[in-house]
Ligand binder design. Structure first.
Ligand SMILES: Nc1ncnc2c1ncn2[C@@H]1O[C@H](COP(=O)(O)OP(=O)(O)O)[C@@H](O)[C@H]1O
Ligand SMILES: [Mg+2]
Length: 278
């Protein structure tokens, strides 16, 4: 079954058409990379998937239902700019993800958890923090972490709410190539192990082809200065990666480095270890 259905979606701001005539169906377990020139509407599209923006026309469905008008825990998001809370530790930041989910599922005003529920969530948080290689940094604050570590934390925080779909907006664009290669290995592992469906915006084509099961390009079919914003971007390419990437084919995946470092070598981008603060 398709997890996400985008039916004839347009997005306009005033007289300017940003996106037009988007039709797209995304299967469960897909890892979609979204590419396209700067300003073509990739972030706007992710914001519509998040319900941060509404389509001007058309409908988006998640698991068969129209998207709710408000962002909910069924969609997790990681932006390029670190989205973690500076005043909370690594553990505290990941627990926020659990509290968000608790809030949405139980309809509570405050997502604070107590007793067994909290113990269960703590166990899950420790496990997720380990999965992103941050166990040794559980008590650290974001300012004490490198950029790569902060993005791994943002991933753990987003995953803690068990989203149906994980939305990533150029999440690794600001990281050094070596660190990025390590995070690519981590991303494939998370996608493999956690039954995730992912939509990731990237401006890095090699990243798109390295990670995704499907690469979608947005662009304007017409883009003359005289057009005056009357034409928006739409889907101009839609490539299924061949041979087909299945979630279990993880062994076949190697990082892009000549000398790949195993993930067990956690925290190699830890400023506390390298002596190079953020
Ligand atoms: N809230 C807004 N009001 C008006 N124009 C906007 C708004 N948000 C985005 N845009 C415009 O929509 C276009 C697409 O922006 P964006 O989705 O950020 O592109 P991308 O992520 O592909 O670089 C840009 O021209 C931008 O200026
Ligand atoms: Mg953008």
């Amino acid at each position: 079954m398709s997890l996400i259905e985008v039916c004839n979606v347009w997005k306009e701001y005033g007289d300017t058409v940003v996106l037009e005539q988007l039709n797209l169906s995304i299967e469960q377990r897909a890892f979609v990379a979204l590419v396209g020139p700067s300003g073509c509407g990739k972030t706007t599209f992710l914001k519509m998937l998040l319900s941060e923006e509404l389509p001007s026309r058309g409908v988006i469905k998640l698991a068969g239902e129209d998207l709710s008008a408000e962002p909910t825990a069924d969609r997790g998001v990681v932006f390029q700019k670190y989205s973690v809370f500076p005043h909370l530790t690594v553990l505290g930041n990941v627990m926020v993800g659990a509290e968000l989910q608790s809030q949405s599922s139980a309809g509570k005003l405050f997502g604070r958890m107590f007793g067994d529920e909290r113990q269960t969530a703590l166990g899950q948080a420790h496990e997720l923090i380990a999965a992103v290689g941050l166990s040794k940094a559980e008590d650290k604050y974001p300012a004490q972490l490198s950029g790569g570590m902060q993005q791994r934390l943002a991933l753990a925080q987003a995953l803690m709410a068990r989203p149906k779909v994980l939305l990533l907006d150029e999440p690794f664009g600001a990281l050094d190539p070596g660190i990025r290669a390590d995070i690519h290995v981590l991303m494939r592992k998370l996608w493999n192990d956690r039954t995730l469906t992912i939509v990731m915006v990237t401006h890095d084509l090699s990243e798109a082809f390295r990670l995704a099961t499907r690469v979608i390009a947005f662009d304007r079919r017409r883009n003359e200065p005289s057009d005056g914003g009357r034409y928006g971007a739409t889907i101009t390419r839609d490539l299924e990666i061949w041979p087909k990437r299945e979630p279990t084919a993880l062994d076949a995946f190697k990082s892009g480095r000549d000398d790949p470092q195993p993930l067990s070598d956690e925290l190699r981008d830890d400023p506390a270890k390298t002596g190079m603060g953020p």
